[in-house]
Design a protein around this ligand. Structure first.
Ligand SMILES: [Zn+2]
Length: 354
């Protein structure tokens, strides 16, 4: 090859690569979290050391053991999280089993909700974000970035059970709707199916105050997914955190089991709808871990709770390698997760702080 041919070839490769990079950002993206759900239950199922304590039994330890226990941890975790331990274990990947060397952790030093969600959604740690009452997030989040790209613009939405998500995602600046807590925004109420769920939610006892029970958040999110077909969506559930703070182990497990069923319903829809099938990346994770039974701290989290930075994540969908349960040594931080999604989607999302 002479020099000119070589140069021409290089130019052709350069431009075709660039065109590829610009056209490839058409993957649909769904991020799902469940608040403060421990890696211990994800990988080991029901924790007998917790269930044996009467104050945590909520009066039904036998029934709980029957529903979610097992003679092996594999049996127990599959009963608790059947979708994760069948479909995701087979077609996706699950990280965070510390007993197998897979370490996933908060990089933020706080180990509670707002800093955790901020770390997931902005892909970085901002140590100034240090309270659940923190003002609207100063940092750009991944969905806000997506909403600036032609494929995603106006096709981005978030549903959060917790009423802090309008601040965490800085709805005003970010420019996409964030439906959070027990409040359903006006534009959705024009649709009778949303109006019905909103009315039902209003007429129902809400055990967590302004935070919606997950069933409501899930109904709204799933209806929206099916009817309006967003190109990027965030859904955040909260029952797992509320029920563990309450020290109610049976209900905490039931909430985790329902969560597994929510993600199954989302995946089943994605897998049957032609616009999502083979074109959607799903990331599933949690904002922080919790303590262990030692000193009875499994109910809590935050800096004072040993090991509450220990988390997990799972991925499934287009371009996600089917690694199953990762048993190799690795160290992954929460702030990396959204960048992994961006990389698979061939998107150039940059966090500003690190
Ligand atoms: Zn939390």
């Amino acid at each position: 090859m002479n020099k000119i041919t070589c140069l021409l070839l290089a130019l052709v490769l350069f431009f075709s690569n660039n065109t590829f990079a610009q056209n490839a950002s058409n993957k649909k993206i769904i991020v799902i979290t469940t608040d403060g759900f421990r890696w211990q239950e994800v990988f080991k199922g029901l924790d007998k050391d917790i269930l044996k304590f009467k104050p945590y039994q909520n009066g039904d330890s036998a029934k709980t053991a029957e529903n979610f226990g097992g003679t092996t941890i594999e049996e127990s975790r599959k009963k608790l999280l059947p979708f994760i331990w069948t479909t995701i274990a087979e077609k996706g990947q699950i990280h965070g089993n510390r007993n197998s060397g897979s370490l996933v952790d908060n990089a933020n030093p706080y180990w509670f909700s707002y800093p955790g969600y901020s770390e997931i959604l902005t892909g970085q740690v901002d140590t100034a974000v240090n309270s659940n009452e923190y003002a609207p997030n100063p940092n750009t989040n991944f969905f806000e970035y997506l909403n600036t790209l032609p494929f995603y613009k106006g096709k981005v939405i978030a549903f959060g059970a917790w009423d802090a998500f309008k601040r965490i995602l800085n709805e005003k600046r970010a420019g996409f709707p964030v439906i959070n807590g027990t409040h359903v925004d006006e534009f959705l109420l024009k649709d009778p199916q949303f109006k019905m769920v909103a009315n039902l939610m209003k007429d129902t006892y809400q055990p967590f105050g302004e935070e919606a029970s997950d069933g409501f958040t899930n109904s709204l999110a799933l209806m929206y997914l099916k009817s309006y077909k967003p190109n990027a969506m965030y859904i955040s559930y909260g029952d797992t955190d509320e029920l563990s703070h309450a020290g109610n182990y049976p209900e905490y497990l039931k909430a985790a089991n329902r969560f597994d069923n929510y993600i199954k319903a989302i995946y089943d829809f994605v897998n049957t709808d032609p616009s999502y099938k083979n074109n959607t990346i799903i990331l599933i994770t949690t904002d922080h871990g919790r303590g262990d039974i030692v000193k009875t701290q499994w109910t809590s989290h935050g800096q004072k709770i040993k090991d509450a930075h220990e988390i997990w994540y799972a991925m499934i969908g287009a371009g996600v390698k089917p690694l199953g349960e990762v048993k190799a040594n690795e160290q992954v931080y929460q702030k990396e997760l959204i960048h992994k999604v961006a990389e698979i989607a061939n998107l150039n999302f940059k966090s500003t702080k690190d």
